[in-house]
Design a protein around this ligand. Structure first.
Ligand code: PGA
Length: 257
């Protein structure tokens, strides 16, 4: 099964409005000739519309870092999926930092995915275990539980528009990346297997699943050479043009075409 690889840069709370636009423009000139890989950047909400404008007509799509499930209302500080319609194409949902610092729950993740789909956004759903869970041998049951909870009530017809990202919490921003083999094991053996048990193997084989957590130009090939890993969700290395470009190029070499 040939799945188009997808590399998404999660800028987190980095770059001012001006820096975001300038960075996006520079990235677009550097990535103009790379085909066969979907490229996404996820700026802060502040810069999202301006970056989307700057990237119009380029091969780079724009994603939000979160989205509320209600269309509008008394939810101070929030931005809804409805408001992102027509501006962003993707939205990260359930990032471990949102789960840890902003009280994100599996139930809210599920509602946000449904709202994103309703407004034409493609959710990038982040799942992953903590170091304690990993050391206690709970990775499989925990991650599988997160996937099931995220997809509660979502039918097979929507699955082509959902992307998963396996991000072991102990590997995010720590420089301690999971080995390609271990990441592939969780992505294929746990996440894709869970998707297969929910929707059947044929559908599971078409769903893209990224790895995330300290992905860098020098370890990208290790991930992209794994059969079940379909790209990367990248924090730190997405903030430098040269690094992000290399990640996209490695994905194109190993998975493209
Ligand atoms: P990192 O972040 O690449 O800096 O580890 C990944 C993420 O949080 O999505």
């Amino acid at each position: 099964m040939q799945r188009t690889p997808i590399i998404a840069g999660n800028w987190k709370m980095n770059k001012s409005l001006q820096e975001s636009v300038a960075f996006a423009q520079e990235l677009a000139t550097h990535l103009a000739n790379v085909a066969g890989v979907e490229q996404v950047v996820c700026p802060t909400f502040l810069a999202l519309a301006a970056v989307a404008d700057a990237l119009k007509g380029t091969s780079i799509a724009v994603g939000a870092q979160d989205a509320h499930w209600e269309a509008q209302g008394a939810y101070t500080s929030e931005v809804s999926a409805a408001m992102l319609e027509g501006i962003a194409q993707y939205v990260i949902i359930g990032h471990s930092e949102v789960r840890a610092y902003l009280n994100e729950t599996d139930e809210r993740v599920n509602k946000k995915i449904k709202a994103a789909l309703a407004y034409g956004l493609k959710p990038i759903v982040a799942v992953g275990e903590s170091l304690e869970q990993n050391e206690a041998g709970e990775t499989e049951s925990f991650v599988s539980g997160q996937v099931r909870a995220a997809l509660d009530g979502i039918d097979a017809a929507n699955m082509q528009n959902i992307i998963f990202a396996y991000e072991p919490i102990w590997a995010i921003g720590t420089g301690k990346n999971a080995s390609g083999e271990i990441a592939n094991q969780v992505i294929g053996g746990t996440i894709r297997a869970t998707l297969a048990s929910l929707y059947g193997d044929a559908i599971a084989q078409t769903i893209r699943i990224q790895y995330g957590g300290s992905v860098k130009p020098d370890n990208m090939a290790e991930y992209m050479s794994q059969p079940d890993i379909d790209g990367a969700l990248v924090g730190g290395a997405s903030l430098k043009v040269d690094d992000f470009k290399k990640l996209v190029e490695v994905a194109a070499q190993q998975k493209g075409g």
